[in-house]
Design a protein around this ligand. Structure first.
Ligand code: GDP
Length: 485
């Protein structure tokens, strides 16, 4: 799971701060020290970590202190805002803990047109995932709709309706002439996604290849050209020069560095190094699916000043997503709301019932029937708005958003009602099973919803389950979860 350690460390800090205590310079000091340690443990760059800490401190002690919220809420909200700004989002215009509806990608990608194609140059160290990223990006730009084949495997599927329409005609260019296998690899990739490749073999000059490819694209109505350049083993002078020559010749709209998230803050300094050598427009952070720490995602922009534009979340060509700073910030902070929900729900229903529910939630057995009864508990507590007030970071949430959330809850309930008994009791059928896609389609239809709604619900459900089992691991055996915090 992504960012495991950072998430649990931050959740822990917020919990220790206590729900009611007011924030003072001395009360916040230990928490800040802990956060700093957690960030450094997650391999966040030290300057970035210190800037984050300073920002959190300012937000908690300065003029921006929000009246009437608990120390924990205030602290999490400020941490969220700082992470958001650090990764290229904008805490001033974003709503608290913004969900999918509110997110905006960190940065956009240049858009070309027929006759004047956008040229995207990909650079990177060997093994970073550059060739794979070329194929992924080509598929992403080619497709009109997001691919849902990975639902349940990634934390959050790309929501098709929220993305600009694509449907681009892409030309992939094999300009890595030093590694013969690279051309073959790109050709195989391209064939699998139905995209044309331009190659002149291994004897040609990369600058010439790029030049001719762009000409071909202009002549033949391609609107996007993606150039896969030679991989570097280290930051190598000759190859940098070659990259510069390609830039001078084809004047790319984008030069993106492909960096491996598993290298942590290395990824950030590498981005800075490439930027000062050749100038970048952004980065593609790959292998985020294998990064359990989070240092790269948090550090890249802070260190290099360049935004992460896309993230790779798996080996398949569909595993590329635009980078959303707000979603990433929420993900890093985890879902602190679940604990409060359990507590409040437990106070409302009979002890017996609550205990049973908690046991379920803490085991990995939580299924859709349980979700339904949990939703009923929440509803029985009054409006969702009332419940939301106690969720960390949600103090300032508006009535409109609450109503939207209530509608979504109703929608989810309707979708559960369209599930078969077997599906309700065995969520895996809707997550990892080979029949998941067609089942989701049926459920969406049966409840009068779109496929995307069903896919999103399943993904949220999945994330909630992961959170619950993670919390249970952090909880000493036998401890009553309602007493935690
Ligand atoms: P290049 O040398 O930079 O062109 O790297 P490749 O594209 O050949 O990728 C190197 C390895 O990383 C391959 O085994 C890829 O399957 C793998 N890879 C690339 N991107 C990702 C990703 O986002 N997630 C995971 N898990 N593996 C990836």
């Amino acid at each position: 799971m992504m960012f495991d350690q950072l998430t649990s460390a931050l959740t822990e800090v917020a919990k220790n701060l206590g729900p009611k205590q007011r924030i003072t310079e001395s009360s916040i000091k230990p928490a800040l020290r802990q956060v700093r340690r957690a960030l450094l443990d997650a391999d966040v760059n030290i300057d970035v970590a210190d800037a984050l800490i300073e920002g959190v401190k300012k937000r908690n002690l300065g003029d921006e202190v929000i009246k009437g919220v608990s120390a924990e809420q205030q602290f999490i909200k400020s941490m969220y805002d700082e992470l958001l700004d650090m990764m290229g989002g904008d805490s001033k215009s974003s709503s608290p803990m913004g969900g999918v509806e509110n997110s905006a990608p960190a940065a956009t990608l240049a858009v070309g047109e027929v006759g004047n194609p956008a040229v995207i140059l990909l650079a990177g160290l060997q093994g970073a995932g550059k060739t794979t990223a070329a194929g992924k990006l080509a598929l992403y730009l080619k497709e009109r709709e997001a691919d849902y084949s990975a639902v349940g495997e990634t934390d959050e599927p790309v929501v098709a309706t929220k993305l600009p329409k694509r449907n681009r005609k892409v030309l992939l260019v094999a300009a890595d002439v030093y590694r013969p296998a690279a051309i073959k690899q790109l050709e195989i990739l391209a064939e699998s996604i139905g995209v044309e490749v331009f190659s002149m073999g291994t004897d040609a000059d990369p600058v010439d290849i790029a030049k001719q490819a762009v000409q071909k694209a202009k002549d033949e109505g391609f609107d996007t050209v993606i150039v896969d350049t030679a991989g570097r083993q280290v930051v190598d002078k000759d190859l940098m020069m070659e990259l510069k020559n390609i830039q001078t010749t084809v004047k790319p709209d984008e030069t993106l560095l492909v960096v491996d998230a598993m290298t942590g803050q290395e990824a950030a300094s590498l981005t800075a190094a490439f930027d000062s050598a050749v100038g970048l427009t952004g980065a593609i952070l790959t292998k985020l699916d294998g990064d359990s720490r989070g240092g790269a995602a948090v550090s890249v922009r802070g260190v290099s000043g360049k935004p992460i534009k896309f993230v790779g979340v798996g080996e398949k060509t569909a595993d590329l997503e635009p980078f959303f700073p707000d979603r990433m910030a929420s993900r890093i902070l985890g879902m602190g709301d679940v604990v409060s929900l359990v507590e409040k729900a437990a106070a409302q229903v009979s002890d017996e019932e609550a205990k049973k529910m908690q046991e379920k939630m803490m085991s990995a057995e939580f299924d859709f029937e349980d979700f339904l009864s949990q939703a009923k508990m929440v509803t029985s507590m009054g409006s969702l708005g009332g419940v939301a007030k106690m969720m960390p970071g949600m103090g300032g949430i508006g009535a409109d958003q609450m109503q939207a959330a209530e509608r979504r809850l109703k929608k989810n309930e309707a979708m559960i009602c369209s599930m078969t008994k077997k599906e309700k009791r065995n969520p895996a059928l809707l997550i990892t099973d080979t029949t998941a896609r067609s089942r989701l389609r049926r459920i969406a239809k049966g409840s009068g919803n779109k496929f995307e709604d069903a896919a999103r619900f399943i993904s949220e459900f999945q994330r909630m389950r992961t959170m619950m089992s993670r919390m249970s691991k952090n909880m000493p055996a036998g401890q009553d979860p309602s007493m935690a915090g």
